[in-house]
Design a protein around this ligand. Structure first.
Ligand SMILES: Cc1cc2nc3c(=O)[nH]c(=O)nc-3n(C[C@H](O)[C@H](O)[C@H](O)COP(=O)(O)O)c2cc1C
Length: 157
């Protein structure tokens, strides 16, 4: 089983969008190895459209170059980045996206891949919302496979 297979098993049922890339930060990298269904629902891009592309595909006219330079700097220096960016859906619509990029390290601390947890932000400032989802737009599953979940061994019972 490859690391992509493992991440797929973990990320496929999540309602948080996941983007996995290789560790090559030189243009045209990083290259996308996997995106989950929640990412497709948020961005409008099917996994097949993203595979082999760079996350720069999500950038557009309103994306701040200062921000993207900051991502590159942070990823090179610390191997991680956490911030809010302006991304664009496949329809061209802009959305604010909180992005937390972390490396997956092997036992010796060598980076194997980057994993980004991405959530659309609908409310950045002000009083906390009464909405239970707070400042994030929930990504609603198309179908929720309760049967599958219940059929799984009760590891955490
Ligand atoms: C896992 C991962 C996910 C990323 N997701 C986004 C994203 O959603 N939007 C974005 O603008 N950049 C994203 N990036 C950053 C770009 O891929 C790129 O690193 C950034 O534009 C800085 O490089 P550049 O200055 O060469 O463009 C992501 C990077 C990684 C490693």
């Amino acid at each position: 089983m490859t690391i992509v297979d493992l991440v797929r098993l973990f990320a496929e049922p999540l309602s948080t969008a996941i983007v996995m890339t290789d560790i090559d930060l030189e243009r045209p990298g990083p290259t996308i190895l996997y995106t989950n269904p929640a990412f497709a629902r948020m961005s409008g891009y099917a996994a097949a459209e993203m595979l082999g592309a760079s996350p720069r595909l999500l950038q557009g006219p309103g994306t701040s170059m200062q921000q993207t330079r900051m991502i590159a700097r942070k990823l090179r220096a610390e191997g991680r980045f956490h911030g809010v960016l302006q991304n664009y859906r496949s329809s061209g619509e802009a959305y604010l996206c909180e992005i937390d990029v972390r490396p997956i390290l092997d036992g010796g601390g060598k980076p194997l891949a980057f994993l980004a947890f991405e959530r659309e932000v609908v409310r950045r400032r002000g009083r906390p919302s009464r909405d239970p989802h707070g400042r994030y737009r929930p990504i609603v599953p198309e179908t929720f496979d309760v049967g599958g979940m219940c059929g799984a061994p009760a590891l955490f019972a």
